[in-house]
Design a protein around this ligand. Structure first.
Ligand code: HEM
Length: 292
């Protein structure tokens, strides 16, 4: 099958999220699971309509939902444990403190309950909402498997999400624990084609990397200059910068495309093996897809 690189990014990344993480969920998954369960009601469309309405008011919800899905699925599978309230639940773990988008899932759940009460899991609603968010952001449409059950356990102590400061090697190891290889990781990281990062999460690299009093010397100097302007020294770090630093298209951080890879591969991924993967799979305009 020949696909454009943009389509490949969307299908590859999100297909892999679904395929790879679903092994940790419960129940039989299938495309169109709720067609049998909800008969005349089209729950996927119901969710899509809610997401669409909210997206047109605030397009940044696409990135927040996508990130929420990753944070839910990385910790013991896609079971909505990230949304469960509780004083020591996953929501309270430091990597999840900035997670937004719960209101989108709550609104979609409420709408679904009116057409098919008591049947559709929130875990599936997150998956449906993410698919719609990716589609609305230009990433194409992909089939999703549904039929997940919601979990009942949510513990901050279970949250073992990779920290922003880790190396590529450590990142590969973190994904490996879940049975995902370096290629899977590269596809998945393409999810960061949309959205932003707060300065406080990487400010050390701009001014005092590993307590050297100097910036991270492996960084591209023009990127360093640009990020220093956005994140001034000794500031609280609340400013944000786009994860997709494509300067040729300022809207790129709202679009699911492959420019995140081009910029990242050029600047920040020193590992030749990882870079080769990026080039091989993602930077060509068209390529033969033989791997999933
Ligand atoms: C090694 C793995 C990863 C690390 C260390 C990481 C870390 C981060 C950090 C630090 C931020 C900025 C958060 C903030 O400033 O509030 C972020 C944002 C984001 N991440 Fe990741 N991430 C990883 C993998 C992923 C994956 C696999 C996906 C999706 C498939 C993803 C999707 C996103 C998105 C969409 C945002 C933007 C959120 C927004 O704008 O609201 N990340 N990530």
């Amino acid at each position: 099958m020949i696909m454009s690189s943009t389509a490949l990014v969307a299908v590859g990344i999100f297909g892999l999220i679904l395929v790879s993480f679903t092994g940790q969920c419960y129940g039989e998954l299938e495309v169109g699971f709720y067609k049998r369960k909800c008969l005349a009601a089209d729950v996927e469309k119901t969710v899509a309509d809610v997401v669409k309405a909210m997206f047109f008011k605030d397009p940044t919800i696409a990135a927040t939902i996508l990130r929420m899905k990753f944070h839910d699925c990385f910790v013991k599978g896609c079971d909505t444990s990230i949304l469960l309230d509780g004083s020591s639940g996953e929501k309270t773990a430091p990597p999840n403190l900035g997670i937004r988008g719960c209101d989108v899932i709550a609104a979609a759940k409420a709408a679904v309950e009116t057409v098919c009460p008591g049947v559709v899991s929130c875990s599936d609603i997150i998956v449906m909402a993410t698919r719609e968010a990716v589609y609305l952001s230009g990433g194409g449409r992909y089939n999703i498997q549904t039929g997940r059950r919601d979990g009942f356990e949510s513990r901050a102590s279970n949250v073992d999400l990779p920290a922003p400061s880790i190396s590529v090697t450590q990142s590969v190891a973190a994904f490996d624990i879940l049975g995902l290889n370096a290629t899977d990781m590269v596809y998945l990281l393409g999810g960061r084609t949309i959205g932003v990062a707060h300065c406080f999460l990487f400010q050390d690299r701009l001014y005092n990397f590993q307590n050297t009093g100097k910036p991270d010397l492996s960084m591209d100097s023009s990127l360093l200059k640009k990020l220093r302007l956005i994140c001034p020294p000794n500031s609280a770090g609340r400013n944000t910068t786009k994860l997709d630093q494509n300067h040729r298209n300022l809207l790129s951080s709202f679009i699911v495309d492959n420019s995140f890879y081009s910029v990242t591969a050029a600047n920040t991924w020193p590992s030749t093996r990882t870079q080769n993967k990026i080039h091989r799979y993602l930077l060509q305009d068209d390529l033969m897809v033989t791997e999933q």
